[in-house]
Design a protein around this ligand. Structure first.
Ligand code: KE4
Length: 439
């Protein structure tokens, strides 16, 4: 079991002081800052293997961030690392097509039934941004509909009522995004089909797409209520709008065929990221050939990228998807998620801490609330965020690394074995005691 960690360790503290001199907040993404859990220095990571990460002070943690989703095989998977190392020795990037891009595109189209054609990009943000431009270009319409608490990367037009770091830092919109850019962005309530029907009643013929996280993973973990995704499909079909599943997080995480296979709802366009690159900077947009050929050079909608289809990212993505395509990894992970949920709940109950979890495939969320279920943004925001913060630090002090924010999900990998789960539950016992004591 992991020892108690005196934090922040001296090396993390030193790196943090140095980092703040050269980078805003000392981090390259606000989601990594500890602002949402009381501030202070984040832990700086030195290396990772399997379910464990080790910080620069030598403290080991069971990791439930997994790079915010990509590491479904666990850190430093031997096949993925070897694929990247072998490709790197052949040159890093060419600005010309390679067979690797074709191989990953073939894998994606084979694993995701709704996808016939794919364009690689470099991040989930780029994937979501491209999906919006593609929908607007394909339909000739301007308006887009998103959901409060859904996060689709830092795309101007989608940075409205966003989740993840925007929510944690209390900036659901953002200065720098002109009103004009979000004038055509409609916001509905997640899991509330009536709010979507109302938007279509008002703007139906001008809505290019509905963009949705099929499992909301940026306001904690909120699965769709029965009928919600099906209702979005019906509304989009009825009004000629495209249904865009932002599967950057849920893609290959909830199911080897993505959340769309798990829930049996077929979108028109899918945005991918995270797992599709196996931990390398890769995003992708996929759809039918008819929709995708609207993109340059076959169609008029411009989209491009110097490093799109990057050989090392393709190699990592191929090595990752090849290992999960038969569903065996998801079958291994599912019972471990259930064990974690059951045992975490038992320990919270033992310490009298109002707590519950929600899950979808290999991702789950922890809520400090008396409620039996959380289905939308305002309910997630009403949970006890201070209790989460105390729990977060209790877990970190006892060797478990969670995302430093109450509005993130937790990710379980193939490498989360009995030892990792036992260490997690031992830490949780102490963390719930701290949360109960209001430490
Ligand atoms: P990136 O641009 O960060 O690769 O992807 C943006 C994105 C798009 N869509 C969904 C559903 C996402 O979850 C994300 C990114 N997720 C956050 C974690 N909640 C990334 C963490 C970060 O911003 O550092």
């Amino acid at each position: 079991m992991a020892a108690s960690h005196a934090r922040p360790g001296p090396q993390s503290q030193q790196w943090f002081e140095r980092a703040q001199r050269f980078t805003p907040g000392g981090v390259n993404s606000p989601a990594r800052a500890f602002n949402g859990v009381g501030g202070g220095a984040p832990v700086f990571i030195d290396h990772a293997k399997g379910a464990w990460i080790t910080d620069v002070d030598g403290n080991r943690y069971v990791d439930y961030v997994g790079s915010f989703g990509p590491m479904i095989l666990g850190h430093a998977d031997a096949q993925v690392v070897e694929a990247v190392q072998n490709q790197a020795a052949k040159g890093l990037s060419f600005g010309a097509p390679t067979g690797l891009e074709v191989q990953l595109a073939e894998l994606i189209t084979d694993m995701v039934d709704s996808i016939e054609s794919v364009r690689m990009v470099n991040s989930g943000t780029e994937a979501a941004m491209t999906a919006v431009r593609l929908a607007r270009g394909y339909t000739g319409r301007k308006k887009i509909l998103k959901f409060a608490g859904n996060y689709h990367g830092h795309v101007d037009a989608l940075l409205v009522n966003a989740g993840s770091g925007a929510l944690t830092l209390g900036i659901p919109g953002s200065p720098g995004v002109p009103e004009s850019v979000v004038a055509d962005t409609l916001v509905a309530t997640y899991n509330d089909l009536a709010s979507v029907e109302e938007a279509f009643a008002q703007h139906g013929d001008d809505i290019a797409c509905v963009m949705v996280e099929p499992v909301a993973g940026n306001m904690n973990c909120i699965p769709p209520v029965p009928g919600f995704l099906e209702g979005l499909r019906d509304q989009c079909t009825k009004h000629g709008a495209l249904l865009v599943f932002d599967e950057v997080m849920t893609g290959f995480r909830v199911h080897p065929g993505c959340a769309q296979a798990h829930f049996g709802v077929t979108p028109d366009v899918t945005a991918l990221g995270k797992i599709v690159g196996g931990g390398m900077p890769v995003g992708a947009v996929g759809a039918s050939k008819a929709v995708m050929e609207t993109l340059a050079p076959t169609g008029p909608v411009y989209q491009a990228g110097t490093l799109s289809g990057h050989p090392l990212g393709m190699a990592a993505g191929i090595a990752t998807l090849e290992q999960i395509r038969d569903g065996s990894v998801h079958e291994q992970i599912a019972p471990r998620v259930e064990t974690l949920r059951r045992e975490l709940k038992a320990r919270a109950d033992h310490h009298g801490v109002p707590f519950m979890t929600q899950a979808a495939g290999a991702m789950f969320g922890m809520f400090f609330t008396e409620s039996e279920a959380v289905t939308r943004f305002d309910e997630a925001a009403a949970c006890d965020l201070d209790a989460f913060s105390r729990f977060f630090h209790g877990m970190l002090d006892n060797g478990v690394y969670l995302a430093p924010a109450a509005f993130e999900a937790a990710f379980v990998s193939r490498a989360h074995d009995d030892e990792a789960i036992e260490a997690t539950l031992a830490a949780a016992d102490k963390a719930f005691a701290a949360a109960a004591a209001g430490d």
